[in-house]
Write a protein that binds this ligand. Structure first.
Ligand code: UTP
Length: 419
């Protein structure tokens, strides 16, 4: 069967007739490109994921328990010293690498460029999110007398803009030889009525497949092999949008080494039961993060004897892995979650539709779904005011305004400490 026929058969089977109609309107080159894309898409998987969006998520079969953690503020002096020494050694020996996940769409922020290129209005002249991360890395390099290899994950959509931006700003003074930029894989977007979206380029709209794509993309891009060649033993993976993220926390690293675990994570206490963050728990004996949308209200509100939320350790995208753990996860298949998002598209008459409300689903795998491949995780509870100031929403909570306030307060405290 020729490629066009094959594509049309598939489109018919999965009720994507609007794309068959579109095919007829395209010139030869455009047709070829679209057909090639259609033949690469796993329609069965997409439709299955779409059908799952109609089902309620249940944890009935699962045994859910709170997960143990250590509170950084409550460590004894000896414990803290021991952890810091262990962590420092690894970094000084050049066995530590950092990965920044910068492949997200940043739809809630409503900023059109890659999130790392967003300028936060701090200290009058402002600072880009990438610049803030680089400052943190540069400080660690100075402290531990090394240059930490830095890997940045972008999406197909924002890769060029990210590279151009960092080149233009000369990597804000970071040694370019230690920076590797790689791209992650994609999944098609689907409308609420089960139809795939068409973009302005007359192709099926796809978007990065969630931050869980980090592991397999690290392998596919050759970054994992590169890390191994460099003798890296520990890999930190963090987000691009937390302006208080500590990318080289020796206490976290040392704690992971001391507890002899393969994965570790820093948490902060959930601000309130309704806060839109995932929380740590143990599910059927394995570490797990339950997303805010998936945590039953009753459980979200449960408190322990001390009045603390039972499921209150928030996942803040501050995760640490042995290189073996990354290798192991990169060969596993993670589950997909659906996110209801606003996505513009071209309708059957060629008009661009820009929705005001979420109109489509994006399928994403989450970085933390890999935790369940392990028996244990070491959790270090940090402090919100020291560790967590995300830029997620345009206004209100976790917005540029709140992040600016937290960032400036943190740095004012640091300066006062030094005086
Ligand atoms: P979020 O899940 O908060 O997504 O990403 P986002 O793209 O920043 O924002 P919304 O949901 O569209 O508003 C958390 C981290 O994971 C990265 C993001 O760049 C951010 O650092 N991420 C997310 C990826 O690298 N790839 C993805 O596919 C999704």
């Amino acid at each position: 069967m020729d490629k066009k026929k094959e594509a049309i058969e598939v489109l018919k089977e999965y009720e994507q007739n609007h794309i068959i109609k579109l095919l007829d309107k395209l010139d030869e080159q455009q047709q070829e490109e679209l057909i090639e894309q259609i033949n690469k898409i796993d329609f069965h998987q997409i439709m299955e994921l779409y059908n799952n969006t109609k089902k309620e998520i249940e944890f009935k079969e699962s045994k859910i328990e709170p997960l143990k953690y250590l509170d950084k503020a409550k460590l004894s002096e000896n414990q803290r010293k021991k952890f810091d020494k262990l962590g420092t050694e690894v970094i000084k020996n050049g066995q530590y690498a950092v990965v920044t996940m910068a492949g997200g769409q940043g739809t809630r922020l409503g900023y059109s460029g890659p999130k790392g290129t967003f300028k936060l209005d701090v200290y009058g002249k402002g600072k880009y999110l990438f610049e803030i991360l680089i400052d943190d890395l540069k400080e660690a390099n100075q402290k531990y007398n090394t240059t930490i290899p830095w890997y940045i994950m972008t999406s197909i959509e924002n890769n060029k803009e990210t590279v151009d931006f960092l080149e233009k700003h000369e990597y804000f003074g970071y040694d370019k030889n230690y920076v590797t930029i790689f791209t992650q894989s994609e999944m098609p977007l689907i409308r609420e009525d089960g139809k795939l979206l068409i973009g302005k380029d007359y192709k099926i709209k796809e978007a990065s497949d969630g931050n869980g794509g980090t592991y397999s993309s690290l392998r596919a891009s050759g970054c994992l092999a590169d890390m191994k060649e460099k003798g890296i033993k520990w890999v930190f993976i963090g987000g691009v949008d937390n302006v208080l993220l500590k990318m080289a926390d020796v206490t976290l690293l040392g704690m992971a080494i001391a507890q002899d675990v393969q994965i570790a994570s820093k948490s902060v206490v959930k601000a309130n039961p309704q806060e839109r963050v995932g929380v740590f728990c143990k599910m059927n004996g394995h570490p797990k993060v339950i997303e805010y949308a998936e945590l039953p209200t009753k459980m979200a509100e449960q408190r322990d004897r001390n009045g603390e939320l039972k499921y209150g350790e928030s996942h803040i995208m501050c995760n640490l892995y042995t290189i073996d753990a990354i290798e192991k996860i990169s060969n596993e298949i993670l589950m997909y979650h659906s996110a209801h998002k606003k996505n513009s598209y071209i309708d059957e008459n060629g008009n661009e539709i820009i929705p005001e409300e979420p109109n489509s689903y994006k399928f994403e795998s989450f970085i933390f779904d890999a935790f369940e491949f392990f028996d244990n995780i070491a959790i270090l509870r940090g402090k919100r005011e020291d560790d967590f100031a995300p830029v997620k929403n345009k206004e209100g909570v976790d917005s540029p305004k709140t992040a600016k306030e937290l960032y400036e307060k943190f740095w004012n405290r640091q300066e006062n400490k030094q005086e």
